[in-house]
Ligand binder design. Structure first.
Ligand SMILES: *Cc1c(COP(=O)(O)O)cnc(C)c1O
Length: 260
């Protein structure tokens, strides 16, 4: 589905304690969420400053997977505009529940049969890691008459459990994407292995990104950094960080997450 005709739909009311029936959450209230957002923004700003950058140049994507729409609405009221989801079905549900006016990011593995649910509905698709997927995205975008912005997900740590193109293959995939009408490749994304220091992986993604940018000047984005490591990512040049638990509290471990 594309942007549902949810004209001027009111946001769900304040969530209060509990976070809603289907949502993860630690029982935090709307003011607590607003406080966490502000605290995270401050940490992003400080990390950016340490390397002479402006924190305003780092986009904070609030990862709302498994978080109830009412809590997302709390975040919206606290000023947050960009949200990330990793499953097409949940994205479609949130689009219906929350209406227009927000920017959605898709972060998860995308099956080709779900492409139609995502293309045109998201600001940025972070997880393109193979040509067949890119071709399906481009085809759908052309059919809708839109240009879909995408990132190439790189498996920098060569983690067999993680999605992403091998770092050696990344330049070729990026070049192939630049031949396709209907999508615009704007940078790279990575999820480092969970069991080691992510800093070298962030540095490696930055190196790949810099060399690609010489050939493809539009490759401006590095989407890296999650709740546990976003400051290191910002210090290594992240332009987009993706934070879930640091904002919304712990999630129950879900099978969907182990796959990503
Ligand atoms: C879940 C997820 C995140 C957010 O993880 P947190 O640890 O909750 O910050 C970021 N990126 C991707 C790809 C994810 O799947």
């Amino acid at each position: 589905m594309t942007a549902a005709p949810a004209a001027a739909q009111p946001l769900p009311g304040p969530s209060g304690r509990g976070g809603g029936a289907d949502g993860a959450g630690d029982g935090s209230t709307a003011p607590e969420l607003a406080q966490r957002l502000a605290a995270v923004r401050e940490r992003i700003d400080a990390a950016a400053l340490r390397t002479g950058r402006d924190g305003a140049d780092v986009l904070l994507v609030a990862v709302s997977k498994e978080v109830a729409a009412a809590r997302v609405a709390d975040a919206v009221r606290a000023g947050q505009t960009d949200f990330g989801e990793n499953r097409a079905q949940e994205l479609a549900r949130k689009l219906t529940e929350l209406g227009d006016g927000l920017s959605w990011h898709f972060l998860g593995r995308l099956q080709r049969n779900k492409v139609a649910d995502v293309v045109g509905a998201v600001t940025l698709l972070h997880s393109v890691d193979r040509l067949e997927l890119a071709e399906a995205v481009a085809r759908r975008a052309r059919a809708l008459g839109v240009v879909q912005r995408v990132l190439v997900q790189v498996n920098v740590g060569r983690d067999p459990h993680k999605a992403g193109v091998d770092p050696v293959e990344a330049p070729r995939l990026v070049a192939q994407l630049h031949e396709l009408d209907g999508l615009r490749c704007e940078g790279l994304m990575t999820v480092p292995p969970a069991d080691r220091d992510p800093q070298p992986d962030f540095a490696a993604l930055r190196t790949i990104g810099s060399s690609l940018r010489e050939r493809f000047p539009g490759m401006v984005h590095l989407s890296m950094g999650m709740s546990g490591d976003f400051e290191a990512a910002v210090e290594e040049g992240a332009t987009i960080v993706r934070l879930g638990q640091a904002l919304f509290g712990p999630r129950p471990p879900a099978p969907a997450e182990r796959r990503t």
